[in-house]
Design a protein around this ligand. Structure first.
Ligand SMILES: C[S@@+](CC[C@H](N)C(=O)[O-])C[C@H]1O[C@@H](n2cnc3c(N)ncnc32)[C@H](O)[C@@H]1O
Length: 191
């Protein structure tokens, strides 16, 4: 299987390529919000092609986000139902089928709970693509910001004022110096 065959939402391949180019061997990348593994398996491919060794961690509750955004659409509901309340099996299967079972570490957990497993200043890049509501993204930024090293990146998906206004508001309120990045992404480089 190739990551492009996995259903999902992923538009920051150039950001992944920049990350493997910018960070040294041994760096730790965390992706929060994996769904069925589309972006995570692309990261696996980019890491593999870089010939550098990185720790790659994917985190997801595997229970979906529920209704969200201005349309209050439940984007993950069908996969949750199909898996009997969790799509963890489908996600792990996709990672294995793409050949990244040893490269990617999967944590089935709520984002904030999982962040407590990481020491402060231990992560080089955390990418947030879990909750898209103001309170949820605020909690994720507050939980993960202390985990990122100086010079590391905190970033996220759906930096789009029309489709995801609460994402834009949370980023502007908490990280006013964050910039638009890649395709509909935001990023702040920790000073
Ligand atoms: C937009 S999708 C991720 C899309 C994915 N990056 C891709 O490539 O298709 C958001 C994901 O965040 C997960 N999620 C929602 N709230 C979460 C939370 N509090 N902690 C961890 N994961 C969460 C959902 O289960 C869902 O799989």
């Amino acid at each position: 299987m190739h990551w492009q065959e996995i259903a999902g939402w992923f538009q920051w391949r150039s950001a992944q390529e920049e990350a493997v180019h910018s960070f040294p061997q041994g760096s730790c990348f965390v992706e929060v919000g994996a769904y069925l593994g589309r972006s995570l398996c692309s990261l696996g491919e980019v890491v593999e092609q870089s010939s550098k060794t990185f720790a790659v961690v994917g985190i997801d509750t595997c229970r979906g986000s529920g209704p969200e955004g201005p349309c209050q659409k439940d984007y993950h509901g069908a996969a949750v139902t199909q898996g009997g309340g969790t799509f963890a099996g489908a996600l792990h299967r996709n990672i294995l089928d793409c050949g990244y079972g040893d490269l990617i570490t999967l944590i089935i957990s709520d984002s904030v709970t999982a962040s407590r497993l990481f020491r402060d200043k231990s992560v080089d890049w955390v990418h947030l693509d879990a909750r898209h509501d103001y309170a949820g993204l605020t909690a994720d930024i507050q939980a993960w910001l202390p985990k990122v090293k100086k010079g590391g990146w905190i970033s996220g998906d759906d930096y789009d004022e029309i489709k995801w206004p609460e994402v834009v508001k949370a980023v502007r309120d908490l990280l006013p110096e964050a910039k638009a990045w890649s395709t509909w992404q935001w990023r702040w480089i920790i000073e």
